[in-house]
Structure formats: structure tokens, C-alpha cells
Design a protein around this ligand. Structure first.
Ligand SMILES: Nc1ncnc2c1ncn2[C@@H]1O[C@H](COS(=O)(=O)NC(=O)[C@@H](N)CS)[C@@H](O)[C@H]1O
Length: 478
């Protein structure tokens, strides 16, 4: 990569900041010659690898990972009416093999229900085969016509984790929906990303689902980003694809299903929520480099300092950290900038005076400087890392609080909607929803909000004044 220029735009100019940081922190190369397709630089891929490593760790507790084909024959894709309606404008088709036209055209999976469920019909014979809890992490393709944006709105979704489960009863599927929500909460807690979980309005649920629970966060510019969804599919797909089992009475019983997905939007949120004017700030768990050691070179004792730095590195590596010693021939300030831009949580400086005093200097990514005594070095680093993640979570929660506005009338709604998410009471009827969305030039995000930041009490509808109206989030989204 050519040398990075001096500075990032301020994060307040979020769109410029976001595009710039993807380049300067070597996350995404957006120069690939197909709209909506982008290249993962090695450093960015290192973040993805660790973020999805956490996701796999959580899923592997009680799911199995599998892998289904990319290409879906038209006859299977076209089986479920609502699903088709929802995706027919977005699906890519393969029509030729070489120069020969295919007798059956093949869809590039936009999501894999219609690839997986014909196979589930073969896998489920009896009650004993249930539940199935399988996921895959693949690329999927959606011909998005809205503004594409790296990590946020792609035409090739490169990191699409999709779980597809099969159950004997509607209630078993509902229980799995709740478990999936809990898993997503735990995953985003580990990313230090606060989430707003709500039930999407019926007109915005996944095509073919009974209902959709969405996981949203609020980006620096106040717009929301949907960073996960959990769908209860009822028996819509099992009837379409004949996924059934013989029940105790010997009758054919249709199964009940769920599916839930996360994409690289999780990484867009990680970058956007924690980054600042100096660059990325990454939770230690997913930082490609967790500690950078910068030796303070003084000519007369250079060898001694470099040796001390290598000893510190060895101790950190033994303790399980990902460490770099920066011995490049650069001014210290240029080194600090380089590693801060890449979100390294902790910098250790070691010079002759530190050696003489038996300490090292520790500087967190947020600029807190302190000394750690040499004998407590590892435990000192461990405490700093934990404090950093705490600080990240606290800052991100404050950001959500600062962009969440309970309002009681349309005037209030119009005032706050450019700043963030409004919480209003809505009676649940479509007419009032249309009036809310029109007045705010924003969308109803969801009801049944599960967040300690929002009360769930009922109130009077912001449009028609009907009492017992429900707490509802309204916002502008990516
Ligand atoms: N074009 C896109 N680019 C990046 N991420 C996307 C895109 N479209 C959807 N996503 C993400 O993928 C998640 C799952 O997509 S979805 O359509 O809501 N749900 C499904 O496809 C279901 N089959 C569950 S896997 C969404 O919550 C959203 O975070």
C-alpha cells in the first residue's frame, strides 16, 4: 500500500470518515470493477476471521456447521410464493455453461432456504431426526438497487452466516428464536456493540416468515443498521418443501422452522461504533494485533532496549497475546499513529529509563498513559485490556442513549428524527403507521422493543391518540 496520507476526516463527517478508514486501515479495497463487490485486504480479513471466530464459538455450542451449494435450480427457487416475491428483483441468474445455454437456469443464492430445504426434506424422516440446527457461513448475492456501500449494502455478501433449524412444533421453533436472540446479544456484547432488539412490522418481515425479530444498532450519524435478524418461519416452507415426519399417531406432520442471519454488517458496526478521529478502536478479542511494543531507541543503549523489547514480546506471546515490536526506522509519533489507526488496544513503550526503574509505559488506544511494574507486567496488561473493553462498551452505550429520543407527538418526532431513533407509541394500525412514516420521512423499525434503554410502557398513539398503544421505534436506516 502506498504511504497513508496525514489524517482521517473527522468522524463527525461519518460517510467520508467511514470510506477513508476502510482504505487507510487496509480493510477493504473498493476498486474491484463490479458494483457492490469489494476486496478484503489481509488486515481487514484478519478482523473478519476473529469476529467470525467468536460467532462460530457461540454457534458451535449447539449447532452444526455445514455447506450447501451456491447455485439453486429455478424450479426449487420458484416454489415458495412469498419468498419469490421478496427476492425476484434481487436474484442473479446463471443461464449458460460455457457457450451452451442451461436447460434449467440457476439462481445465485440470495439466501439459502431454497437450496437447503429440499435437502432437509430428505434428511427428516421421523421425529427422531429433529431438531436440526445447522448453519453455514458463505457468500450470497443480492442485486441491490439501493446505494451499495462496503460492508453495509453489498451485492456479494461475502460473510453471510445463515442458520436454518427444523422442529417438531411451533413452540419448539419459538424457543429457538429466543435462543438465537440470546446468542446474538452475547455475540454483540463480545463486540462491545449495544443493540436494540424489536419485532419488525408485518409488512417488513422476512418473505415467508411468521414474524421477524431484528437486531439494530445506531450508527454515528444517527441512522440505524440492521445487524442481524431472526425469523420464525412457521410451517410455510415445510409445506412448500414437504419437510415432514410421521408423528406418534402415524400421520405426516409438517415441521416448524426458523432461520437467522448475520453478515459483515457486524464488522461495519464494529468499525463505526468504536472508531474515532485517529482510526479504528478494536475490542482486544478481535484485534489482529493486541499489543504493539515500541522501543524508545537511545543510541548508547539501543541493543539493550531492543533486547528488553523482545523479552516483553516473548512473555506476552506466552500469555496468548498477538504482539508486534515496531523497530522500523520511523519517528515514535509516526509509529503511534500507524498502530492507533489500526485499532491496536495497547501500546507498550520501553526505554533505558524504564529499564532502570523496572517499569514499562503502557498507553491505551484511548490515550490513557500509565506505568506497569516489570514483575506485574502480564497481569497489568490483562487489566488494561479488560478496562479497554469496558470503556468501549460504556462509550457505545452512551452513544445509543444520546441517539434515542422518546417523543409524545408528531412535532417532537420531526425534531428528533434527523438526530437518531425516536420512540413513540403506535396503535398498530397501518394507516397510523403510514402517517408516522410520512411525517417523519423515516420507517417504523419495530415494536416489543427489548432494551433496558427504552421503557416498554403503553401510551396514546402519536397519530390517533388511541390508548394502550405500544412502544415503537422509528428511524432512518442504512
Ligand atoms: N445487501 C446486504 N449487504 C450486507 N448485509 C446484508 C444485506 N442484506 C441483508 N444483510 C444482512 O443479512 C441479514 C440476514 O438477511 S435477511 O434477509 O434479513 N435474512 C435472511 O436472509 C434469512 N435467510 C436469515 S439468514 C440481515 O439482517 C442484514 O444484517
Amino acid at each position: 500500500m502506498e504511504e497513508q496520507e496525514a489524517t482521517l476526516p473527522p468522524k463527525a463527517e461519518f460517510s467520508e470518515w467511514y470510506n477513508d478508514i476502510l482504505w487507510r486501515a487496509e480493510i477493504m479495497d473498493v476498486r474491484y470493477p463490479v458494483k457492490g463487490l469489494y476486496v478484503w485486504f489481509p488486515f481487514g480479513f484478519g478482523i473478519r476471521k476473529r469476529v467470525y471466530g467468536v460467532l462460530r464459538e457461540l454457534l458451535d455450542r449447539d449447532h452444526e456447521e455445514a455447506l450447501f451449494p451456491l447455485l439453486i435450480p429455478e424450479n426449487e427457487f420458484m416454489k415458495e410464493a412469498e419468498h419469490i416475491k421478496g427476492f425476484e428483483e434481487e436474484v442473479y441468474w446463471v443461464t449458460h455453461g460455457g457457450t451452451s445455454p442451461l436447460d434449467v437456469k440457476l439462481a445465485l443464492r440470495p439466501t439459502s432456504e431454497t437450496a437447503i430445504y429440499p435437502m432437509y426434506a430428505l434428511w427428516v424422516r421421523s421425529h427422531a431426526d429433529l431438531p436440526i440446527k445447522v448453519y453455514q457461513i458463505v457468500n450470497t448475492f443480492r442485486y441491490e438497487t439501493k446505494h451499495t456501500r462496503p460492508l453495509i449494502r453489498l451485492r456479494e455478501i461475502t460473510s453471510f452466516k445463515e442458520a436454518h433449524t427444523v422442529h417438531a412444533t411451533w413452540e419448539d421453533a419459538e424457543k429457538t428464536v429466543e435462543e438465537a436472540i440470546a446468542l446474538y446479544r452475547e455475540f454483540y456484547d463480545r463486540m462491545c456493540i449495544p443493540v436494540l432488539i424489536s419485532k419488525r412490522p408485518d409488512w417488513d418481515k422476512f418473505p415467508g416468515a411468521d414474524y421477524t425479530i431484528a437486531v439494530d444498532t445506531i450508527m454515528p450519524d444517527g441512522r440505524t443498521l440492521q445487524i442481524g435478524t431472526v425469523h420464525h418461519l412457521g410451517d410455510h416452507f415445510s409445506r412448500t418443501f414437504s419437510i415432514c415426519y410421521e408423528n406418534l399417531a402415524g400421520e405426516q406432520q409438517y415441521c416448524y422452522q426458523t432461520c437467522y442471519g448475520i453478515s459483515e454488517r457486524s464488522i461495519a458496526a464494529l468499525i463505526s461504533l468504536h472508531g474515532d478521529d485517529r482510526g479504528l478502536a478494536l475490542p482486544a478479542e478481535v484485534a489482529p494485533t493486541q499489543v504493539v511494543i515500541v522501543p524508545v531507541i537511545m543510541k548508547k543503549r539501543e541493543e539493550e532496549v531492543l533486547e528488553a523489547a523482545e523479552v516483553l514480546k516473548k512473555e506476552l506471546v506466552t500469555a496468548g497475546y498477538r504482539v508486534k515490536v515496531d523497530t522500523r526506522d520511523l519517528r515514535p509519533g509516526a509509529k503511534y499513529y500507524y498502530w492507533e489507526l489500526r485499532g491496536v488496544p495497547l501500546r507498550i513503550e520501553i526505554g533505558p529509563r524504564d529499564i532502570d526503574n523496572g517499569v514499562v509505559t503502557a498507553v491505551t488506544r484511548f490515550g490513557e498513559k500509565s506505568t506497569i511494574s516489570r514483575e506485574d507486567f502480564i497481569s497489568g496488561v490483562q487489566m488494561k485490556m479488560a478496562a479497554m473493553s469496558e470503556a468501549m462498551t460504556t462509550r457505545a452505550v452512551q452513544h445509543i442513549k444520546d441517539h434515542l429520543f422518546p417523543v409524545e407527538d408528531i412535532t417532537g418526532l420531526k425534531e428528533v428524527i434527523t438526530k437518531g431513533v425516536a420512540a413513540v407509541h403506535w396503535c398498530g394500525c397501518k394507516e397510523c403507521a403510514d402517517r408516522i412514516e410520512e411525517a417523519a420521512d423515516a420507517s417504523i423499525l419495530g415494536t416489543e422493543v427489548r432494551s433496558e434503554l427504552i421503557g416498554n410502557g403503553s401510551g396514546t398513539c402519536v397519530i390517533c391518540g388511541k390508548p394502550d398503544s405500544v412502544m415503537t421505534l422509528v428511524g432512518r436506516s442504512y
